[in-house]
Design a protein around this ligand. Structure first.
Ligand SMILES: Nc1ncnc2c1ncn2[C@@H]1O[C@H](COP(=O)(O)OP(=O)(O)OP(=O)(O)O)[C@@H](O)[C@H]1O
Ligand SMILES: [Mg+2]
Length: 454
């Protein structure tokens, strides 16, 4: 599709020459004889590019430039200046003009400047499109996974994103709690308001209250001016309370009140501020245990956990591992990299105590250290290759009274299936046998998916 260009110049002959030259280049050209007419055509046709003379009676080129940039920042404006009046061109550039041409102009120079602008505009349109697509993906699609565990999480995110209900995300370190919190924000209609995160474990106890709720000038020594807390900063948006289990008991009633009444009281004053904040909290500790131990208030727990979301550890969703490996390989510049089957089997069997964060770091390291585009098992770290799965069956500690080889084989097949999320291809790879042999063994020992744990 031809780019649309608007020419604004009160000089009729110059306007005609421009029009002719640009039409010859295949552009769709609109022409206006004054700033007023220019703005009218601009509003009606939204051209990609505006070429305007600066000195015109009535609305000047400068005014036109400012209006166009204000209404449509992505529209490019090229200004026409008299030869020798370079300072006006500089002034126009400061106001956001993309480039300038001097008159009398050279036809080739004109065409070049315009082509460059149209291409630039095409590229920035493309960037805008990619950005929009990424934002859309950020809704949920950058949460990678095909496991039931991830599907369940995505389902909840989809359903509750746009409500104001408090969400409590639980899961081990590195399982994606913050990622889910952001997905909730981006999928909600609060997406253009701030997402503010605070890690309750990282802030010294005596500063936490003011960090959360703000303080008034003079509230304590050193409080020389009013300060907004995270709650105020998140007004209209989402507040992510990370490691909420670490919130000191004495601050818990205040948080409870903020959640219940939707109002906060900055330190050092009796003013109450009404706020519109959606709270998402996360913890990797067991809050129910903390309640029993008396370090977490039960009423606060129920307030936070209106919508509970649990992120299972990676070792319980091993079927996501190949997808995650691929995702992070692409993310870290290794789009052409693949994993040899044996390496994949080892990675899929590893226990991943640091969960997805550990996996991402490992991929980054492997990409840097790799010898070629296929990652082989000997490139994996010893830790991963030795692969203590953490739930070994212990069958090799054979009991003193002896053990049936068939039983042993059955357990090994079961373990391979468990470790690979019951993916037969991966389990066969893990056992270094063809898939049909695995299926044969499964039939022989009557191993059925119903035996799958949990
Ligand atoms: N399902 C997923 N798909 C893609 N990337 C993920 C997924 N889960 C986690 N990640 C990535 O793994 C890293 C760790 O995730 P995140 O910081 O959300 O974990 P966390 O649960 O908040 O960990 P911690 O408790 O240690 O703070 C991030 O870089 C995140 O983008
Ligand atoms: Mg986190």
């Amino acid at each position: 599709m031809a780019a649309k260009i608007l020419i604004v110049d009160d000089d009729t002959s110059l306007r005609r020459v421009l029009e002719y030259n640009l039409q010859e280049e295949g552009y769709e050209v609109l022409a206006a004889a004054s700033g007023e007419e220019g703005l009218r055509l601009f509003a009606a046709h939204s051209p990609a590019l505006v070429i305007t003379d600066l000195k015109m009676p009535g609305i000047s080129g400068f005014q036109l430039l400012e209006t166009v940039k204000k209404q449509s920042p992505e529209t490019l404006v090229i200004v026409i200046t008299a030869f020798g009046a370079i300072e006006t061109a500089v002034e126009a550039m400061k106001l956001g003009a993309y480039d300038y041409i001097t008159k009398p102009f050279n036809r080739d120079a004109l065409k070049l400047v315009v082509r460059k602008a149209v291409e630039h505009r095409g590229l920035s349109q493309e960037n805008l499109r990619l950005k929009a697509e990424l934002t859309e993906r950020a809704d949920f699609h950058n949460i990678i996974g095909i496991s039931r565990g991830v599907a369940k999480v995505l389902d909840v995110v989809r359903k509750v994103a746009d409500s104001d209900a408090t969400v409590l995300i639980t899961g081990e370190s590195g399982t994606g709690k913050e990622l889910v919190a952001k997905a909730l924000h981006v999928a909600s209609s609060r997406r253009s308001a701030p997402f503010v995160a605070i890690n309750c474990a990282a802030i010294p106890r005596d500063l936490l209250e003011s960090e959360l709720f703000g303080h008034l000038k003079g509230a304590f020594t050193g409080a020389v001016r009013d300060k907004q807390g995270k709650f105020q900063q998140a007004d209209g948006g989402t507040l992510f309370l990370d490691e909420v289990g670490e919130l000191p008991v004495e601050l818990q009633p205040k948080l409870l009140r903020a959640l219940q009444e939707r109002e906060v009281e900055p330190v050092g004053g009796s003013v109450v501020q009404k706020l519109d904040v959606r709270v998402v909290a996360a913890t990797n500790s067991d809050l129910e245990e903390a309640i029993v131990a008396g370090t977490f208030r039960e009423d606060l727990y129920y307030r936070l956990a209106v919508i509970p979301v649990h992120l299972p550890p990676l070792r319980e969703r091993r079927e996501d591992i190949p997808l995650l490996l691929r995702h992070f390989a692409v993310k870290h510049g290794g789009a052409g990299v693949t994993f040899a089957p044996e390496a994949l089997a080892v990675l899929q069997a590893y226990v991943w105590p640091g969960n997805i964060r550990e996996l991402e770091n490992m991929v980054e390291r492997l990409l840097l250290m790799r010898n070629g585009d296929i990652i082989r098992v000997d490139e994996l770290s010893d830790k991963i290759r030795v692969g203590k799965s953490g739930k070994g069956t212990g069958v090799l500690n054979l009991p003193a009274e002896g053990y049936s080889l068939e039983q042993l084989e059955r357990e090994i097949v079961l373990e391979a299936l468990e470790r690979t999320g019951w993916n037969q291809t991966a389990a066969a790879r893990f056992l270094r046998i063809p898939r049909h042999v695995l299926i044969y063994r499964m039939e022989k020992y009557d191993i059925k998916p119903q035996e799958r744990k949990k």
